[in-house]
Design a binder for this molecule. Sequence first.
Ligand code: SAM
Ligand code: DTB
Ligand code: SF4
Length: 343
Amino acid sequence: MNIQTLVTEATKLVNEDDAGKDQPRHDWDREQIQALFDLPFNDLLFQAQTVHRQWFNPNQVQKSTLLSIKTGGCPEDCGYCNQSSKFETGLPASKLMEVRKVIEGAKRAKAAGASRYCMGAAWRNPKARDMDKVVAMVEGVKDLGMETCMTLGMLSEEQTLKLKAAGLDYYNHNVDTSEEYYKEIITTRTYADRLNTISLVQDAGINVCSGGIVGMGEEESDRVGMLKTLSTLDPQPQSVPINMLVQIENTPLGDSKPIDPIDFVRTIAVARILMPKSVVRLSAGREAMSEETQALCFFAGANSIFIGEELLTTKNPELDKDNQMFDKLGLEPMPAHACPSEI
Ligand code: SAM
Ligand code: DTB
Ligand code: SF4
């Protein structure tokens, strides 16, 4: 197939509604997604930027800040994670934080320019005794006028309803990779467990934040599989974090072959085309990324980042450095609740 036919085919893969905007499709197959990955880089980026401009201001990037509200000692064995109790990473475990401290952190994040506060706990799932505190955290952060996001592991239906009633805007629960590769990375839960929690979160009317990690030694076909899982969810996740693995010593993935930056940008571009109304987050891994790679990611349709010097347990670029990058690229922060697919 020649280049022009491929580009035309890729364009045809997207439906147009009356307003002339590309609408999300939920029936992508592997061949179609692979065809996007196979496009010449310039054609892929042109397609992605074209789709991006239909739903988003291309010069706005959403800013979120992360806080680890309960660190380490996790019973799961995710092969990439600093916080699993199965690996000797040297990270001290902590108890669930005090609500007051969490709100103080959110105030600082707001002052630094974040519109969303994302709170993460190293749990397989929250215990009943933790829920009152977690609910108070959501309510307190929401009162500051920020978007709230939590990532607490697997949830029951009752817990999703409690979180919804507290005013939770987003729940983060990543599928991480393809269904086939998942088994190589995590053995203490299944892909189906993951999809089940995502479905409960959707049913409760909470926006889903779900994406994955690249650079875990996966094949390109696993990136295809992961993006097929995400883009065929109905509705698609409103927020899609694409993490570049932060290598953690003494974890099974601590010395995986890093992903080529161009392949990383391709993954962002394909995510953007498949999920035109979702915010795509250039998530973990920016500390190890050049400014040029990040600029290409924004051109490919990434429109969210984490700001603040720490992710959950690892380093993120300094605030000044990110502010300088925004100035250089003429980027401005996206206001809260500006995602066109948000519930
Ligand atoms: N325990 C909860 C769970 O697993 O859903 C919430 C916290 S967990 C740290 C949130 C997500 O962070 C994981 O699903 C994974 O995608 C991402 N993550 C964890 N460690 C990472 C690493 N070293 N590099 C990149 N992303 C990572
Ligand atoms: C997501 O996809 N990335 C964030 C958030 N969701 C919770 C976590 C990144 C963690 C990076 C490794 C660490 O700092 O421990
Ligand atoms: Fe635990 Fe989440 Fe880390 Fe897995 S990714 S070990 S569930 S904290």
